[in-house]
Design a protein around this ligand. Structure first.
Ligand code: NAD
Ligand code: TDX
Length: 331
């Protein structure tokens, strides 16, 4: 059984390759990735002898057609993934997230292959800060940013291809991930690497916004359950249930790194900043038996800090350019 993993040099895709080779020897893994600023071949170093790596673009229809034809299933992670970048320049998001997904869908349709499409809880918009309501598989789409709008569009394309052309596709919408190999532009690695580099962490606004943090290996275990037991045409929400404000997370990072609790800067808020995300993941828990293993967030965060401490060779080359981009954005 051969899996074609798009975006396998990115954060979740690289961890997916590692997870698959550790836990599912029944799969062969081929990766297609165009190595944007977010892709890093070094993330695949521990498995490089066990995978096939193709440096290519998911908008390249002849290439995608050949690769899909040679595979049994496609797991589609490739995307432009950072909200702040989408507010600065939406164009690459339109191209990769919409046209790239369309290109994959057409190849999957031609070759009658199974597709799993990776998406996000951000397609649903946001929830009140003080409430305890949650997104479900039935929640109406209401995205806020160019990033989430293009992810919402890609989900809708998958649903339309399933309904009109009968392709065998599943979709998952996961909450925020954390763990090793996450680009230093994202909240948790940005703060950890700021502290390691002697810079102050940066909190948007007052830091009251809430995210539901899920370890990347728990996400990838859920994806494997969907590949093996998921029903074609179905959508599954994935989330640990562990909701925390950005301010609480930052203070926990500072505590775990032996820094004073107030050793950070407030910076201007993200425009349109979603307040709270929370997924009701009852369906995947009851129907497919998924349970997050990383139930102790503090321990997971401690291990993540240790990973960034031990692997500065991996993140240091990206750090300066990332902070230069943030300076341009005023954040
Ligand atoms: P990432 O930005 O770390 O990685 C994206 C990868 O896709 C990179 O390796 C990049 O080079 C590649 N890529 C981009 N454009 C491409 C193109 N045109 N052709 C081929 N490859 C291309 O992203 P991530 O955080 O690993 O997210 C992966 C997926 O998971 C995305 O679809 C994202 O929407 C979704 N997701 C992410 C999170 C999260 O917390 N990070 C949560 C839920 C869902
Ligand atoms: O320096 C920062 N300071 C800060 O306060 C950064 C980079 C972020 N933040 C805030 C913004 C968010 O409320 O932290 C929160 C998390 O920010 P991001 O890491 O940018 O993640 P988010 O916008 O929540 O989106 C993430 O989760 C859903 C991923 O980037 C998406 O790809 C995924 O779909």
């Amino acid at each position: 059984m051969k899996l074609l993993v798009t975006g396998g040099a990115g954060f979740i895709g690289a961890n997916f390759a590692h997870y698959t080779l550790r836990n599912h020897p029944e799969y062969e893994v081929a990766i297609v990735d165009s190595l944007t600023y977010a892709g890093n071949r070094e993330s695949l170093k521990p498995v490089e002898d066990q995978i096939e790596f193709v440096h290519g673009d998911i908008c390249d229809a002849p290439l995608v057609d050949r690769l899909v034809g040679e595979s049994d299933m496609v797991v589609h992670f490739a995307a432009e993934s950072h909200v702040d970048n989408s507010l600065h320049d939406p164009e690459p998001f339109m191209r990769t997230n919409l046209f790239g997904t369309y290109t994959i869908l057409e190849a999957v349709r031609r070759h009658e292959k199974r597709l799993h499409h990776i998406s996000t809880d951000e397609v649903f918009g946001d929830l009140d800060l003080d409430g305890d309501d949650q997104f479900t598989e039935e929640t109406k789409y209401d995205p806020s940013s160019p990033y989430s709008a293009t992810k919402a569009g890609s989900d809708l394309l998958v649903r339309a291809w399933a309904r009109s052309f009968g392709i065998h596709a599943t979709i998952s919408n996961c909450a925020n991930n954390y763990g090793p190999y996450q680009h230093v532009e994202k909240f948790i690695p940005r703060q950890i690497t700021n502290v390691f580099g002697g810079a102050r962490p940066k909190l948007y606004g007052q830091g009251e916004n809430v995210r539901e943090w899920t370890h990347v290996d728990d996400h990838n275990e859920a994806v494997h359950l969907i590949l093996s037991k998921g029903e074609p045409g179905e959508t599954y929400l994935i989330g640990s249930g562990d909701e925390r404000s950005n301010k609480d997370i930052l203070e926990l990072i500072l505590e775990l790194m032996d820094e004073p609790a107030d050793a950070y800067d407030h910076v201007p808020d993200r425009p349109g900043h979603d307040l709270r995300y929370s997924n009701d993941s009852t369906k995947i828990r009851t129907q497919l038996g998924w349970t997050p293993r990383y139930s102790d967030f503090r321990a997971g965060l401690e291990a993540t800090i240790a990973w960034y401490r031990d692997n500065d060779w991996w993140w240091k080359p990206q750090k300066e350019a990332t902070e230069a981009r943030y300076t341009q954005l005023g954040r």
